[in-house]
Ligand binder design. Structure first.
Ligand code: SAM
Length: 332
Protein backbone atom coordinates (compact mmCIF):
# COMPACT_ATOMS: atom_id res chain seq x y z
CA UNK A 1 0.00 0.00 0.00
CA UNK A 2 2.87 2.42 0.83
CA UNK A 3 5.35 0.89 -1.61
CA UNK A 4 4.32 3.20 -4.46
CA UNK A 5 5.13 6.26 -2.33
CA UNK A 6 8.54 4.83 -1.48
CA UNK A 7 9.35 3.97 -5.11
CA UNK A 8 8.19 7.37 -6.31
CA UNK A 9 10.32 9.18 -3.72
CA UNK A 10 13.41 7.20 -4.75
CA UNK A 11 12.85 8.01 -8.43
CA UNK A 12 12.27 11.72 -7.84
CA UNK A 13 15.19 12.02 -5.46
CA UNK A 14 17.43 10.69 -8.22
CA UNK A 15 15.94 12.87 -10.96
CA UNK A 16 15.55 16.17 -9.10
CA UNK A 17 18.09 15.65 -6.31
CA UNK A 18 21.20 13.57 -6.92
CA UNK A 19 21.24 13.95 -10.72
CA UNK A 20 20.39 17.64 -10.71
CA UNK A 21 22.32 19.46 -7.98
CA UNK A 22 25.97 19.97 -7.02
CA UNK A 23 27.99 17.77 -4.67
CA UNK A 24 28.18 20.55 -2.07
CA UNK A 25 24.40 20.90 -2.04
CA UNK A 26 23.96 17.15 -1.59
CA UNK A 27 26.48 17.19 1.24
CA UNK A 28 24.73 20.11 2.97
CA UNK A 29 21.30 18.49 2.85
CA UNK A 30 22.03 14.96 4.06
CA UNK A 31 21.16 13.58 7.51
CA UNK A 32 24.61 14.45 8.78
CA UNK A 33 24.25 13.22 12.34
CA UNK A 34 22.81 9.86 11.43
CA UNK A 35 25.33 9.30 8.64
CA UNK A 36 28.09 9.84 11.16
CA UNK A 37 26.69 7.59 13.88
CA UNK A 38 25.36 4.83 11.64
CA UNK A 39 21.67 5.19 12.56
CA UNK A 40 19.63 3.75 9.63
CA UNK A 41 17.97 6.56 7.71
CA UNK A 42 17.03 5.09 4.33
CA UNK A 43 14.49 2.42 3.43
CA UNK A 44 13.48 0.67 0.22
CA UNK A 45 10.55 -1.46 1.40
CA UNK A 46 7.30 -0.65 3.14
CA UNK A 47 7.93 -3.26 5.81
CA UNK A 48 10.78 -1.08 7.11
CA UNK A 49 8.48 1.85 7.96
CA UNK A 50 7.63 0.44 11.39
CA UNK A 51 11.16 1.20 12.64
CA UNK A 52 10.34 4.92 12.68
CA UNK A 53 7.18 4.58 14.74
CA UNK A 54 7.64 6.51 18.02
CA UNK A 55 11.38 6.02 17.69
CA UNK A 56 14.34 7.28 19.81
CA UNK A 57 12.44 8.53 22.89
CA UNK A 58 13.39 5.55 24.95
CA UNK A 59 11.61 5.15 28.29
CA UNK A 60 10.54 8.84 28.33
CA UNK A 61 6.75 8.42 28.53
CA UNK A 62 6.44 9.89 32.05
CA UNK A 63 8.70 12.83 31.17
CA UNK A 64 6.57 13.85 28.20
CA UNK A 65 3.35 13.15 30.06
CA UNK A 66 4.48 15.62 32.74
CA UNK A 67 5.61 18.14 30.11
CA UNK A 68 2.25 18.07 28.28
CA UNK A 69 -0.05 18.15 31.31
CA UNK A 70 -2.34 19.54 32.48
CA UNK A 71 -4.19 19.96 29.17
CA UNK A 72 -7.24 21.88 28.15
CA UNK A 73 -10.31 19.85 27.19
CA UNK A 74 -9.73 20.85 23.53
CA UNK A 75 -6.13 19.63 23.64
CA UNK A 76 -7.24 16.36 25.20
CA UNK A 77 -9.79 15.95 22.40
CA UNK A 78 -7.03 16.46 19.82
CA UNK A 79 -4.75 14.03 21.66
CA UNK A 80 -7.50 11.41 21.56
CA UNK A 81 -8.14 11.91 17.84
CA UNK A 82 -4.43 11.88 17.02
CA UNK A 83 -3.92 8.73 19.09
CA UNK A 84 -6.63 6.95 17.11
CA UNK A 85 -5.17 8.13 13.79
CA UNK A 86 -1.63 7.04 14.67
CA UNK A 87 -2.80 3.74 16.12
CA UNK A 88 -4.80 2.97 12.97
CA UNK A 89 -1.74 3.78 10.86
CA UNK A 90 0.47 1.57 13.06
CA UNK A 91 -1.88 -1.34 12.49
CA UNK A 92 -1.47 -0.94 8.74
CA UNK A 93 2.33 -1.29 9.00
CA UNK A 94 3.81 -4.73 8.80
CA UNK A 95 5.82 -5.06 11.96
CA UNK A 96 7.21 -7.99 13.94
CA UNK A 97 6.47 -5.89 17.07
CA UNK A 98 3.24 -4.64 18.61
CA UNK A 99 3.16 -0.94 17.74
CA UNK A 100 1.22 1.33 20.07
CA UNK A 101 -0.21 4.79 19.60
CA UNK A 102 3.12 6.62 19.34
CA UNK A 103 2.41 8.02 22.78
CA UNK A 104 5.87 9.34 23.70
CA UNK A 105 6.34 11.30 20.49
CA UNK A 106 2.70 12.32 20.50
CA UNK A 107 2.92 13.75 24.02
CA UNK A 108 6.12 15.55 23.03
CA UNK A 109 4.24 16.99 20.05
CA UNK A 110 1.39 18.10 22.30
CA UNK A 111 4.02 19.86 24.43
CA UNK A 112 5.33 21.54 21.24
CA UNK A 113 1.79 22.57 20.36
CA UNK A 114 1.41 24.17 23.82
CA UNK A 115 4.72 26.03 23.34
CA UNK A 116 3.35 27.38 20.05
CA UNK A 117 0.01 28.27 21.58
CA UNK A 118 1.62 30.25 24.42
CA UNK A 119 3.54 32.22 21.76
CA UNK A 120 0.36 33.04 19.86
CA UNK A 121 1.09 30.84 16.87
CA UNK A 122 -2.61 30.01 16.54
CA UNK A 123 -4.00 33.51 16.98
CA UNK A 124 -1.28 35.98 16.17
CA UNK A 125 -1.99 39.64 16.98
CA UNK A 126 -0.12 40.53 13.77
CA UNK A 127 -2.31 38.85 11.17
CA UNK A 128 -2.01 35.64 9.20
CA UNK A 129 -0.85 32.51 10.96
CA UNK A 130 1.08 29.51 9.66
CA UNK A 131 3.71 27.09 10.94
CA UNK A 132 6.84 25.90 9.16
CA UNK A 133 8.35 22.88 10.92
CA UNK A 134 11.94 21.90 10.13
CA UNK A 135 12.63 18.22 10.92
CA UNK A 136 9.23 16.85 12.00
CA UNK A 137 10.54 13.42 13.20
CA UNK A 138 7.50 11.15 13.45
CA UNK A 139 5.24 13.86 12.02
CA UNK A 140 2.77 13.87 14.92
CA UNK A 141 2.85 17.66 15.32
CA UNK A 142 1.56 17.77 11.72
CA UNK A 143 -1.42 15.64 12.77
CA UNK A 144 -2.15 17.95 15.72
CA UNK A 145 -1.89 21.06 13.55
CA UNK A 146 -4.33 19.55 11.02
CA UNK A 147 -6.77 18.85 13.87
CA UNK A 148 -6.41 22.48 15.00
CA UNK A 149 -6.91 23.73 11.45
CA UNK A 150 -3.57 25.59 11.44
CA UNK A 151 -1.74 25.91 8.06
CA UNK A 152 1.32 23.69 8.44
CA UNK A 153 4.33 23.24 6.14
CA UNK A 154 7.28 20.97 6.83
CA UNK A 155 10.78 20.28 5.56
CA UNK A 156 12.38 16.88 6.12
CA UNK A 157 15.73 15.76 4.68
CA UNK A 158 15.87 12.20 6.01
CA UNK A 159 14.46 9.79 3.46
CA UNK A 160 13.06 7.20 5.90
CA UNK A 161 11.40 9.85 8.05
CA UNK A 162 10.01 11.81 5.13
CA UNK A 163 8.38 8.56 4.00
CA UNK A 164 7.06 7.64 7.46
CA UNK A 165 5.52 11.15 7.74
CA UNK A 166 4.08 11.04 4.23
CA UNK A 167 2.54 7.57 4.69
CA UNK A 168 1.02 8.56 8.05
CA UNK A 169 -0.44 11.82 6.73
CA UNK A 170 -1.79 10.19 3.56
CA UNK A 171 -3.34 7.35 5.54
CA UNK A 172 -5.08 10.03 7.64
CA UNK A 173 -6.32 11.88 4.54
CA UNK A 174 -4.28 15.01 5.35
CA UNK A 175 -3.96 16.17 1.76
CA UNK A 176 -2.89 19.79 2.49
CA UNK A 177 -0.24 18.59 4.93
CA UNK A 178 1.16 16.30 2.21
CA UNK A 179 1.11 19.06 -0.40
CA UNK A 180 3.12 21.26 1.94
CA UNK A 181 5.62 18.49 2.75
CA UNK A 182 8.97 19.60 1.33
CA UNK A 183 11.75 17.15 0.47
CA UNK A 184 15.43 18.16 0.58
CA UNK A 185 15.71 18.82 -3.16
CA UNK A 186 12.59 21.01 -3.15
CA UNK A 187 13.88 22.89 -0.09
CA UNK A 188 17.14 23.52 -1.96
CA UNK A 189 15.35 24.81 -5.04
CA UNK A 190 15.09 28.55 -4.48
CA UNK A 191 12.18 28.74 -6.91
CA UNK A 192 10.02 26.55 -4.59
CA UNK A 193 7.36 28.89 -3.27
CA UNK A 194 6.99 28.74 0.49
CA UNK A 195 3.39 29.01 1.72
CA UNK A 196 2.98 31.88 4.17
CA UNK A 197 4.03 31.26 7.78
CA UNK A 198 4.78 33.48 10.74
CA UNK A 199 6.22 30.81 13.03
CA UNK A 200 9.07 28.38 12.49
CA UNK A 201 9.45 25.42 14.80
CA UNK A 202 12.71 23.44 14.65
CA UNK A 203 12.99 21.14 17.65
CA UNK A 204 16.15 19.21 18.52
CA UNK A 205 17.56 19.65 15.04
CA UNK A 206 19.47 22.92 14.65
CA UNK A 207 22.83 21.54 15.81
CA UNK A 208 22.22 18.26 13.95
CA UNK A 209 22.33 19.75 10.47
CA UNK A 210 25.31 21.09 8.54
CA UNK A 211 26.29 24.74 8.98
CA UNK A 212 25.56 25.27 5.28
CA UNK A 213 22.03 23.92 5.59
CA UNK A 214 21.34 26.05 8.67
CA UNK A 215 22.60 29.17 6.89
CA UNK A 216 20.48 28.30 3.85
CA UNK A 217 17.28 28.00 5.93
CA UNK A 218 17.99 31.18 7.86
CA UNK A 219 18.62 33.17 4.69
CA UNK A 220 15.41 31.87 3.09
CA UNK A 221 13.29 32.56 6.16
CA UNK A 222 14.80 36.02 6.62
CA UNK A 223 14.12 36.85 2.96
CA UNK A 224 10.60 35.40 3.14
CA UNK A 225 9.57 37.42 6.18
CA UNK A 226 11.19 40.58 4.82
CA UNK A 227 9.68 40.27 1.33
CA UNK A 228 6.20 39.35 2.57
CA UNK A 229 6.27 42.02 5.30
CA UNK A 230 5.44 39.38 7.93
CA UNK A 231 5.25 41.01 11.34
CA UNK A 232 6.20 39.34 14.59
CA UNK A 233 7.69 36.20 13.01
CA UNK A 234 9.10 33.81 15.62
CA UNK A 235 11.65 31.03 15.13
CA UNK A 236 11.22 28.60 18.04
CA UNK A 237 13.42 25.66 19.05
CA UNK A 238 12.56 23.23 21.84
CA UNK A 239 16.07 21.86 22.22
CA UNK A 240 18.96 22.58 19.87
CA UNK A 241 19.76 18.90 19.21
CA UNK A 242 22.70 16.56 19.21
CA UNK A 243 25.91 18.53 18.59
CA UNK A 244 26.97 17.79 15.03
CA UNK A 245 27.93 21.46 15.07
CA UNK A 246 28.65 23.33 18.36
CA UNK A 247 25.75 25.31 19.83
CA UNK A 248 27.90 28.45 19.64
CA UNK A 249 27.99 28.07 15.84
CA UNK A 250 24.19 27.79 15.75
CA UNK A 251 23.75 31.00 17.76
CA UNK A 252 26.41 32.74 15.68
CA UNK A 253 24.61 31.84 12.43
CA UNK A 254 21.34 33.39 13.63
CA UNK A 255 23.13 36.56 14.72
CA UNK A 256 25.11 36.89 11.48
CA UNK A 257 22.08 36.45 9.26
CA UNK A 258 19.99 39.06 11.09
CA UNK A 259 18.08 37.24 13.84
CA UNK A 260 17.97 38.23 17.50
CA UNK A 261 17.55 35.76 20.35
CA UNK A 262 14.65 36.95 22.51
CA UNK A 263 14.01 33.91 24.71
CA UNK A 264 16.37 31.28 26.10
CA UNK A 265 14.95 29.03 28.82
CA UNK A 266 17.05 26.22 30.18
CA UNK A 267 16.20 23.59 32.77
CA UNK A 268 16.00 19.88 33.41
CA UNK A 269 14.87 17.64 31.78
CA UNK A 270 15.86 19.01 28.39
CA UNK A 271 12.22 19.05 27.23
CA UNK A 272 12.14 22.37 29.11
CA UNK A 273 14.72 24.11 26.92
CA UNK A 274 13.15 26.73 24.68
CA UNK A 275 14.98 29.24 22.50
CA UNK A 276 13.23 31.83 20.34
CA UNK A 277 14.55 34.26 17.74
CA UNK A 278 12.99 37.02 15.65
CA UNK A 279 14.24 39.32 12.91
CA UNK A 280 16.45 42.03 14.42
CA UNK A 281 14.37 44.60 12.56
CA UNK A 282 11.11 43.28 14.04
CA UNK A 283 11.80 42.96 17.75
CA UNK A 284 8.85 44.95 19.02
CA UNK A 285 6.14 42.96 17.24
CA UNK A 286 7.87 39.69 18.12
CA UNK A 287 8.06 40.59 21.81
CA UNK A 288 4.29 41.15 21.83
CA UNK A 289 3.85 37.47 20.97
CA UNK A 290 5.79 36.48 24.09
CA UNK A 291 3.50 38.43 26.41
CA UNK A 292 1.25 35.43 27.11
CA UNK A 293 4.11 33.05 28.00
CA UNK A 294 3.71 31.66 31.50
CA UNK A 295 0.03 32.67 31.66
CA UNK A 296 -2.49 30.29 33.17
CA UNK A 297 -5.29 28.86 31.06
CA UNK A 298 -8.05 26.59 32.32
CA UNK A 299 -6.38 23.17 32.09
CA UNK A 300 -8.52 20.59 33.83
CA UNK A 301 -7.13 17.41 32.21
CA UNK A 302 -4.44 15.87 34.40
CA UNK A 303 -1.94 13.09 33.82
CA UNK A 304 -4.13 10.33 35.29
CA UNK A 305 -6.94 10.89 32.81
CA UNK A 306 -4.49 10.76 29.93
CA UNK A 307 -2.74 7.69 31.26
CA UNK A 308 -6.12 5.95 31.56
CA UNK A 309 -7.09 6.89 28.00
CA UNK A 310 -3.77 5.73 26.53
CA UNK A 311 -3.86 2.41 28.38
CA UNK A 312 -6.40 1.14 25.85
CA UNK A 313 -3.87 1.64 23.05
CA UNK A 314 -0.50 0.80 24.53
CA UNK A 315 -0.43 -1.50 27.53
CA UNK A 316 3.12 -0.36 28.29
CA UNK A 317 4.60 -2.27 25.36
CA UNK A 318 8.30 -1.60 24.93
CA UNK A 319 9.34 -0.40 21.49
CA UNK A 320 11.79 -2.56 19.56
CA UNK A 321 14.58 -0.09 20.43
CA UNK A 322 13.62 -0.17 24.11
CA UNK A 323 13.76 -3.98 24.18
CA UNK A 324 17.33 -3.87 22.94
CA UNK A 325 18.36 -1.22 25.48
CA UNK A 326 16.60 -3.13 28.25
CA UNK A 327 18.60 -6.22 27.36
CA UNK A 328 21.86 -4.26 27.33
CA UNK A 329 21.05 -2.84 30.78
CA UNK A 330 19.70 -5.91 32.49
CA UNK A 331 20.61 -8.97 30.40
CA UNK A 332 16.88 -9.80 30.23
C1 SAM B 1 16.25 14.50 16.67
S1 SAM B 1 15.02 14.52 15.45
C2 SAM B 1 13.80 15.56 16.18
C3 SAM B 1 12.44 15.33 15.60
C4 SAM B 1 11.35 16.30 16.05
N1 SAM B 1 11.71 17.67 15.75
C5 SAM B 1 11.11 16.14 17.51
O1 SAM B 1 11.58 16.96 18.31
O2 SAM B 1 10.44 15.17 17.86
C6 SAM B 1 15.69 15.54 14.16
C7 SAM B 1 14.76 15.69 12.98
O3 SAM B 1 15.27 16.64 12.06
C8 SAM B 1 15.45 16.04 10.78
N2 SAM B 1 16.59 16.70 10.15
C9 SAM B 1 17.91 16.50 10.35
N3 SAM B 1 18.62 17.36 9.60
C10 SAM B 1 17.73 18.14 8.93
C11 SAM B 1 17.83 19.19 7.99
N4 SAM B 1 19.01 19.61 7.58
N5 SAM B 1 16.71 19.73 7.50
C12 SAM B 1 15.47 19.28 7.89
N6 SAM B 1 15.31 18.28 8.77
C13 SAM B 1 16.42 17.72 9.28
C14 SAM B 1 15.63 14.58 11.11
O4 SAM B 1 15.43 13.76 10.01
C15 SAM B 1 14.57 14.43 12.18
O5 SAM B 1 13.29 14.44 11.62
Amino acid sequence: MYQTLIDRYIEREMEFGFAAVSNLEIQAFQSQTWEKNGYPHRITRQDELHRYHDFQRHFRFEEFLQAATPMTEAEFGHLQDATKTIHRFAKSLKSPFVLGSGRKSLLASMHYSQILDARRAFSSPNGEIGILEIGPGCGYLGVLMALRGVPYTSIEVTQALYLYQECLWRSAGLRDTCERHISWWRALDRSTLLPSFNTVMANRVLAEMSQQCLAFYLRRIHAHWTETGTEGGLFIAQGIGFQNIPYAKVFEAFDKIGFERIEHKRGQPDSRHITTWCLKSDREAAMRRLEGVGGTADRPVGADRIRAFLADYDNDNLTSEERFIHYLRTGK
